[in-house]
Design a protein around this ligand. Structure first.
Ligand SMILES: [Zn+2]
Length: 495
């Protein structure tokens, strides 16, 4: 048994007060790691730099880039080899346009090169081990410098401060923390991290029978904000709708991440939880971060990373682009031109808030979250389909070939044949008539290992999409049958 397995075994059998103590102790460790003097300095600096001109932002990025490239060339075996093979020296990459001289970096390349991706110049005590989500075999472990970690948390807290949220305000976190043993059948279905005034709310116990206990807890206590996965928060909002009860003590704000936030979820949060929502996009690799502003647009956090939008299609409100990112601060394992596998809608409009960072309209989600019709049409943001289907608790669309679509549905108690007809009409209106729809009624829809819900799961290799190779390898690895466990690059929502 590993140390972690032993610790888990002891935790599961401990009384609740001891579990709260363990969560608080863990919280104290995170607090020391994340929020030191460097973090506060960076946060103060970022509060200023978000108002810089485009030229200033670009100048800053390119100065950091030159430094990073030299560092990678001199101390990271993988980059030394790569640049030598191409006859490139550090002086050949001076600007963002020059970045194109280097190939795209994939998760697979990082994994294959292992230790050769790690800088010889960074002391290991100045780094922490980091890993991305994903299933066994698809996750990624790498080193992250402490400075990069502080920078990322400062960027995340800058986003929150735009909405009046400050460190150490009481909040409830609805992400994939497995802090309540699965065998527990009575409340409390939450645990306390008192060090950070955070209540970890279990998503794994949110059954209809247990929901009244959750609502009772949320009504008795005062939380400044909720954070978490949209799918988890939606279980709460949807339950409130079924009992026709609006929270009497709503939080000031809901902050989501890790999964795409869908319009019907925003509506449900506004109406039943009674709070506005904001979203941010980030990932453990630290090679891109995109945060919403007060005007509802997103801005690329340009001080943190260089994001190269790689066009893959056109959307109503802008260019549909793959997010390719270069971390400007992680000197331990430099990620240069990393393919995140995520798609966002980039816009050329300027934002009324006055920030000059690149504008993004939507975080669309994974490459795998698109469906394909037999005619070859690619359809995204399918979540909109379920907006009016209130008798469906959850729905997942699974596609293994362009002719068929498997529709997994968890019914609400009032579900009738009419709801099924509405569902089919809604799907047909987006996908057309030629796709064969197979509706399967299920008790529950499994989450990914890290607790995320995937509304759309596609295992189709689409050669015109960059990243297709990665998907192909995933299928070859025999994982395609486990439709609920697609790899994902988006980090958990910052807790
Ligand atoms: Zn803005």
């Amino acid at each position: 048994m590993s140390t972690k397995a032993i610790a888990d075994w002891i935790y599961t059998r401990s009384p609740i007060w001891a579990q709260n103590w363990a969560c608080t102790r863990h919280g104290r460790k995170l607090q020391r790691l994340r929020y030191n003097a460097e973090f506060y300095e960076l946060l103060a600096w970022l509060e200023q730099s978000q108002w810089w001109s485009r030229d200033q932002l670009r100048e800053y990025q390119e100065a950091r880039l030159r430094h990073l490239i030299r560092h990678a060339f001199e101390s990271v075996p993988y980059y030394r080899r790569l640049m030598d093979d191409r006859g490139l020296g550090p002086n050949d990459i001076q600007t963002i346009d020059d970045l194109g001289k280097l190939p795209i970096l994939t998760k697979d390349i990082v994994r294959r090169n292992g230790d050769d991706m790690v800088s010889r110049a960074v002391r290991s005590r100045d780094t922490v081990s980091a890993h991305t989500g994903g299933t066994t075999g698809t996750g990624l472990t790498f080193r992250r410098s402490l400075s990069a970690l502080h920078f990322q948390w400062a960027v995340w807290w800058r986003h929150r401060s735009r909405f009046g949220i400050e460190l150490y305000q009481p909040h409830a976190n609805f992400s994939g923390h497995s802090v309540v043993p699965l065998g527990q059948h009575s409340p409390p279905f939450w645990r306390e991290n008192r060090a950070m005034k955070q209540t970890y709310v279990s998503l794994y116990h949110m059954t209809q029978a247990n929901m009244p206990a959750y609502v009772d807890m949320l009504e008795r206590r005062t939380f400044k904000y909720y954070s978490g996965f949209p799918s988890g928060l939606f279980l709460l909002a949807d339950y409130l709708r079924t009992i026709d009860h609006k929270l009497a003590r709503p939080p000031d704000l809901i902050i989501t991440g890790a999964e795409s936030l869908l319009p019907f979820q925003i509506e449900a949060f506004n109406e039943w939880i009674g709070a506005p929502v904001t979203e941010q996009y980030g990932l453990a690799e630290g090679c891109a971060n995109i945060s919403q502003c007060e005007q509802g647009n997103f801005h690329v956090d340009m001080e943190f990373a260089i994001v190269e939008p790689k066009p893959v299609g056109v959307a109503e409100e802008g260019r549909l682009c793959k997010v390719i990112g270069t971390s400007l601060h992680n000197y331990a394992t430099p990620f240069i031109r990393y393919d995140t596998g995520d798609i966002a809608t980039f816009s050329d409009e300027s934002c009324p808030c006055g920030r000059k960072g690149d504008v993004v309209k939507y975080i669309d989600g994974r490459v795998e979250s698109y469906l394909i019709t037999p005619e070859g049409r690619r359809v995204g943001r399918m979540g909109n389909c379920f907006k009016d289907l209130i008798n469906i608790r959850e729905c997942q669309l699974v596609q293994h070939n362009p002719r068929e679509l498997l529709v997994k549905v968890v019914k609400e108690s009032g579900y009738t044949d009419a709801d099924e007809r509405h569902l089919i009409t809604a799907l047909r209106s987006r996908l057309g008539e030629s796709l064969d729809l197979q509706i399967h009624y299920v008790e529950r829809i499994p989450r990914t290992k890290s607790g995320k819900f995937r509304a759309v799961v596609s295992t189709i290799i689409s050669p015109d999409l960059p990243g297709a190779r990665q998907t192909a390898e995933y299928i070859t690895a025999g994982a395609a049958t486990r439709s609920d466990t697609q790899p994902t690059s988006r980090s958990q929502v910052p807790d």
